[in-house]
Write a protein that binds this ligand. Sequence first.
Ligand code: GTP
Ligand code: MG
Length: 637
Amino acid sequence: MASSISTYFSPFAQARRNTTTSTPQNRRKKLPANPNLKSSPRPTISTTVHGGEATTYTRLPPKDDDGSFFSPFNSSTEVKLSEAPLPNPTPLDNKFVTQDNQFTTEEEEDDVESEVGFDYGKFELFEVNSDNEADDDVDNNYSDDETFRLNGDVYENVFEGEDNGEKEKGVPAVMRCFDRAKIYVKAGDGGNGVVAMRREKYVPLGGPSGGDGGRGGNVYVEVVDSMNSLLPFRQSVHFRAGRGAHGKGSKQHGAKGEDVVVKVPPGTVMREAVKDGEGVQGEVLLELLHPGQRALLLPGGRGGRGNASFKSGTNKVPKIAEDGEEGPEMWLELELKLVADVGIVGAPNAGKSTFLSVISAAQPNIANYPFTTLLPNLGVVSFDYDATMVVADLPGLLEGAHRGFGLGHEFLRHTERCSALVHIVDGSSQQPEYEFDAVRLELEMFSPELAEKSYVVAYNKMDLPEAYENWKSFKERLSSRGVELFCMSAVKREGTQEVISAAYELVRNRKEAPEEGWDSTVNLNHVADMVRKQRTAPINDFEISHDTSSNTWHVVGSGLQRFVQMTNWKYADSDRRFQHVLEACGVNKSLLRLGVKEGDTVIIGEMEMVWHDSPNSSGPSNMRKQSTDSVKWPQWK
Ligand SMILES: Nc1nc2c(ncn2[C@@H]2O[C@H](COP(=O)(O)OP(=O)(O)OP(=O)(O)O)[C@@H](O)[C@H]2O)c(=O)[nH]1
Ligand SMILES: [Mg+2]
C-alpha cells in the first residue's frame, strides 16, 4: 500500500515556546491539523513508510515553572529528563507498549548516491545560532518556619522573599541558625550544532563544515572545611552551570560551558526537594561529611552535532544540525547535621534541659512533664582554660524512638556527629536501670555507630530521697559493665561540673585521635550516573498511553523525548530524520496497532502531532520517496 507521512514545521512553534500555559484546548487550537497547511511556506517533506499515516507536528509550549521541577528519582527507577506534563492520560488497559526493536543504522537500506545536487562553488550557508533563550529565573519560594535555639534564644529560619518583607528581628545574621536551605541547580545546556558549508578559493566542493556545539557545564558539590553553616545559601539560591558555546563554520566546535561548584559545609545532607510535599522528605542523595569530598551532581547537556557530523555517503550535503541537549535541573534540600561536640540523651523528664541550663548560659524550657523539649537546644560550655564546647540538649527518647515514636527520632541523627554523649538517668524514676537500658537500646536500634560513641552516665536528681536510695544498686549494676558513672543534682548544681569535665575529656580524646579517614574511592557521583543512564536510554524504549476524552496519544520514552528536544526544526533535513526515527523505532507501528485514528493527537515530549491515515500522495512525497528511505543518518547518541 502506498502511503506517506507528511511533516510540517509549525510557524507557531517558536512563538509557543514563550507561552506560559498549556491546556489541551489551546494546543489543539493552534495545531495545523488539516492538510490545507501543506500550502504553508515552510518546507514540506514526505516519505513513504509501511503502514500509512500522515502526521503534522507542532512544538508544545514550555512546561510551567513547576513542570521544570526535575527529579531523577520520580516514581520510576528511571530518570525522566523531559517528561511533558500530561493531562491525566487514561492508560490503555493492557495496552502499554514497549518496543524492543533495535534502531541502528545498520538496519537501514543500502546507500544511494548523493541525491541533492548542490553547486558548492556558489553555495554558502552559515547559520549563526542566537543564544536568546533567557534563563527563566525560578523564584525562591522557600520558606522554612522551623525554629532553632542557641543559648536559650529561639531563632527562626526566615527566608527573605519578594513578597515576604519579614526579616529576623534582633538577631545578627551570623548568629542565625541556618541548618536547612533549599537550592536550585541546573547543569549547562549543550551548545547547538550549526549548518555551514565550506567555501574557499580553489576548493570548489568544500562540503559541510558546521561544527558541533560544546558540552554544557557540570554541577559539582564540594565539602569545604571553612564553612560551618548553610547561611550563604540565603544569599544565593540558584546555581547554573554555563551553556556550551555553539558550533561555528570551518568545523569549529563550541567551547565547553563553565562548571559550577556548590560549596557546602561538612555534615551537609542533600535531599531531592519534594514538590508540594509538606512535611515529606525526599530521598537522601548525598551525605557530605568530610572536607574535600566532591561529587558530580548533574552532568552538562551534550552539544548538538553540526552538519559536518551528519555527512555520509548517501547525504553528502546534509542540511541538518542538532540543538544542544538541555542540562538537567533540580531543587535540592540541604540540611546541616547539628554540629555539637556533646549530645545529651535520656528519657523524657530526666533533667536534660536542666543540666544544659546549669552548665551553659542556655535557658531552655524546663518543666515537670515529658516532652518539654521539642527542638534541640544548643549551649556553649566555657572552661577556665579558654576552651569551649558545644552541647546539644535533645528531646527525650521513648521506647520505640528508633521507629519514630516520640519526638527524639527526628533529632537522633543530629547526634551522629557528636564526639561524645551524656546519658542522663532520672534517679527518681521507678526503675532507673530499666530506663537506662531502654534508652541505650533505642540508640543502638537507631544507629549502631551512635551506640558506639563514648559516653558518660549522669544519675540525676540525687537531692530526692528515692533517687538517693536507688543510687547504690544502680551504681553497682552499671559499674560491672565498665561504664563511667556520675551522680548529680542538676537543680542544686551539685556534681554537674564533674560530669561535663568528663564529657570534655572524651571530646578531647576524640579530637586528638587521628581523623578517621574517609574512603575517597567511594563513588559520590551516583546522581550524575542516574542522569547519564537515563540519557542513554534506548530510543525504542517507550510507552504509549491514550487519553480517550481528547483522543490524544502520549508517547513517553526518555530517549525519544531527548531526541525531540535536540531536533532543530529549522533545518529541512531534521523533519526527514525525525520521520525516519519514528518509523525505525516503531512508534508508528505501535500507534497503528493500538488503533490510532485520523485526526488524533500524538504527543512526544514537546511535540504535538496530528495523525493522518490517508497516504500523502501530493507532490513532494512521490518526488522524494526513494531518496529519503535510503539516506543513512548517523546513529543517535
Ligand atoms: N529534684 C530535682 N528535680 C530535677 C532535677 N533536674 C531536673 N529536675 C526536674 O525535672 C523536671 C524535668 O526537667 P527537664 O530538664 O525539663 O527534663 P528534660 O529531660 O529536659 O525533659 P524533656 O525535655 O521533657 O525530655 C523539671 O521539673 C525539673 O525541675 C534535679 O536534679 N532534682
Ligand atoms: Mg528538656
